[in-house]
Write a protein that binds this ligand. Structure first.
Ligand code: 5RP
Length: 269
């Protein structure tokens, strides 16, 4: 692996735990101003010190994130359809040159296995990896799951393995209660989990704990952090699980303690 690729990956994964807490705030690229991200600058700023990287589109990055931040930026580079359309109809929307100009440490793209535009989105991933490899840029493939698809180990394992076979350096998929370890075992590159729809904080911490216990390399979590009643307390509790092996009970206790103190980061970037 080339030095640039190694260096970027090292800035994403914590050197001590080997894991990562990515904060996903890209939802507006197809959902518009969604709950919790109506004012991106206000929501994201206080959370930046607590994530290992921010998963974001170039538009929100340029307009809402202070360029003095030291948080690594992972750029979403696919898009196209809105929630009103056929979600699998995505293309690459942001060039590699732009990712380099924005000093990204990685680029992310969705694939839609089993969906209408499966082949095209797999082709998009292949083209992105071809170009990214030239510049030492890691590619995160997101296994988007359509309404018709079962979020079980068989489907998630298929989509994750395909993403890795096409060349993704990291795969983002969903957690499944049964056989998640098989999803991880079948995928030769690190897996991070998306959080999915907002669930109670304790359950989101349990899901994070189970995922890393079964081999996930961390989370790329959005709604379960920024829609929490205290996003700063929640991301710190997720970090405790991912990096310090806190149990769900210990992490929930931490969440409640931080929440009651109304702790938010003093650093608003
Ligand atoms: C949407 C995405 C989101 O980044 C992903 O779903 C993570 O966010 P959440 O934890 O809210 O599910 O890639 O396609």
């Amino acid at each position: 692996m080339d030095w640039g690729m190694k260096n970027r990956l090292a800035s994403i994964f914590n050197q001590k735990s080997g894991r990562t807490v990515m904060l996903a705030v890209d939802h507006g690229y197809f959902q518009g101003p969604t709950t919790g991200l109506k004012k991106p600058r206000e929501t994201i700023g206080p959370l930046l010190p607590f994530c290992d990287s921010l998963f974001v589109t170039r538009g929100i990055l340029r307009n809402c994130i202070n360029p003095t931040t030291s948080t690594p930026i992972f750029l979403r580079v696919s898009g196209g359809p809105s929630v009103l359309g056929e979600l699998s109809n995505e293309d690459i929307t942001t060039s590699m040159k732009e990712a380099l100009r924005l000093n990204a440490v990685g680029v992310g793209i969705s694939i839609f296995v089993g969906e209408k535009n499966e082949e095209r989105t797999i082709g998009n991933l292949g083209r992105l990896v071809n170009e990214a490899e030239e510049y030492g840029m890691p590619v995160l493939a997101i296994t988007a799951v359509g309404k018709e698809m079962a979020r079980d180990a068989r489907y998630l394992g298929l989509a994750s393995r395909m993403a890795a076979e096409i060349g993704a350096h990291i795969v983002k998929t969903y957690y499944c209660a049964e056989d998640f370890n098989k999803v991880v075992e079948g995928c030769p590159v690190p897996i991070v989990i998306a959080g999915g729809k907002k669930i109670p904080e304790k359950e989101a911490l349990e899901m994070s704990y189970n995922a890393v216990s079964k081999g996930a390399a961390g989370v790329d979590m959005g709604r379960n952090i920024f829609q929490s009643e205290n996003p700063a307390a929640m991301i710190r509790a997720v970090r405790a699980v991912v990096h310090e092996n806190y149990t769900p009970d210990e992490a929930f206790e931490l969440f409640n303690r931080l929440k009651d103190k109304k702790v938010v980061s003093q650093v608003v970037e």
